[in-house]
Design a protein around this ligand. Structure first.
Ligand code: MG
Length: 364
């Protein structure tokens, strides 16, 4: 009997209600649960994810293009990732293809760790027992009193940083809201602002000039994420650190961001970059490129990766949006956030067992 190969890939998409909508038109997210079975019958679980756009396309790529190409390959994440990426490349080097690839890659890492009877964090090399968490509000649509109440809740929960949305059509509204949040959280808590690509270069310069007196830890995605040169230009013209990366899709794009000097902090999303395999490659680029790394969302998994990253980091936690909060898990994962710190004691694998893959526990 040779090395185990991929025998099956199952895909189970679900649309899940957000307890706290992220915008008036973002009331749900999509979690596409995956399960890889190898030729010995061992199983690994993974997922893809997208807030609003592309879930059906991701599931179709997994069903129609990835499953037939994956079956029969050795059940090892890195060679599988390279083979499948080469195959999918003509449909796009990143984006939907990468989001679909993540479904296989995360399942293969889970499979590898479960076969070794080790937690994923320990398989990767646990470097720290816990990582700090910052509270992230998806809150541009919140009225001021709700915004301030959320910031206070995040500080009470022990978060050492609070991130809020900016990029209102009227800059005066942003100024008022940032001032109110800074006053609510005090000087001892880091404050980040996230413009979600809403400014152009002159608008960003004006906004940062108006907001920087509130001691911004970073400004996130001030400009269209694709325009790395404009970010580099902005960064040359302001002292406030720039963060970006949740909308970069390939390792090559991250390399460009570093080489251009576009940012101080890279924020790869483990699904959008294509899974754990490329996430670790981005982390290595960040380390050798001398920029920080702070994973984007998906704390259930990216928190585990943060425990094993070479450099200390912190993890983004959106209120009430963990997989456990969303009700997509068949049981507790072993990832916990308490007193502003994340720990992970998951048992073998990454511990994320999706109801969709365990229908006897959660209904089909
Ligand atoms: Mg962001």
């Amino acid at each position: 009997m040779g090395e185990p190969t991929i025998a099956d890939l199952a895909v189970a998409p679900a649309r899940v209600r957000l307890p706290r909508p992220w915008a008036e038109d973002v009331t749900h997210v999509h979690v596409i649960a995956t399960r890889v079975t190898d030729s010995d019958g061992a199983v690994g679980e993974g997922f893809s994810w997208t807030p609003a756009i592309g879930a059906a396309a991701v599931a179709a790529l997994l069903d129609h293009d990835i499953r037939p190409a994956a079956i029969g390959l050795p059940a090892d994440p890195e060679p599988v990732w390279d083979r499948l990426w080469a195959r999918l490349h003509e449909a796009g080097s990143g984006g939907l293809t990468g989001m679909a690839l993540a479904g296989v890659d995360i399942a293969l890492w889970d499979l590898r760790a479960r076969r070794a009877d080790r937690a994923l964090v320990d398989l990767l090399g646990r470097r720290r027992e816990s990582v700090p968490v910052y509270g992230s509000g998806v809150n541009l649509h919140y009225p001021l009193d709700e915004l301030v109440a959320q910031a206070r809740r995040l500080v009470s929960a022990g978060c050492s940083g609070v991130k809020m949305k900016v990029g209102s059509p009227d800059l005066a509204r942003d100024v008022e809201r940032v001032a109110a949040v800074r006053a609510a959280i005090g000087q001892g808590t880091a404050l980040m602002v996230d413009a979600n690509q809403r400014w152009d270069l002159p608008g960003a310069l004006r906004a940062i000039d108006a907001l920087r007196r509130h001691d911004l830890h970073w400004v996130e995605e001030p400009l269209l994420a694709d325009d790395l040169r404009a970010h580099a230009e902005l960064r040359r013209r302001t002292a406030v650190p720039i963060a970006l990366g949740e909308n970069l899709r390939t390792v090559h794009q991250f390399r460009e961001a570093i080489l251009l000097g576009a940012c101080d902090v890279l924020q790869p999303n483990v699904v959008r970059v294509g899974g754990i395999t490329p996430f670790l490659r981005v982390a290595e680029l960040a380390r050798t490129g001398g920029v920080g790394l702070a994973p984007h969302l998906l704390a259930d998994l990216s928190g585990q990766l943060a425990l094993a990253l070479p450099a200390p980091t912190w993890v983004e936690d959106v209120e009430d949006a963990s997989f456990e909060n969303l009700g997509v898990l068949a049981g507790p994962s072993g990832v916990r956030i308490a007193d502003g710190r994340l720990t992970a004691h998951t048992g073998p694998g990454h511990g994320l067992r999706f109801r969709a893959n365990h229908p006897t526990e959660g209904g089909p």
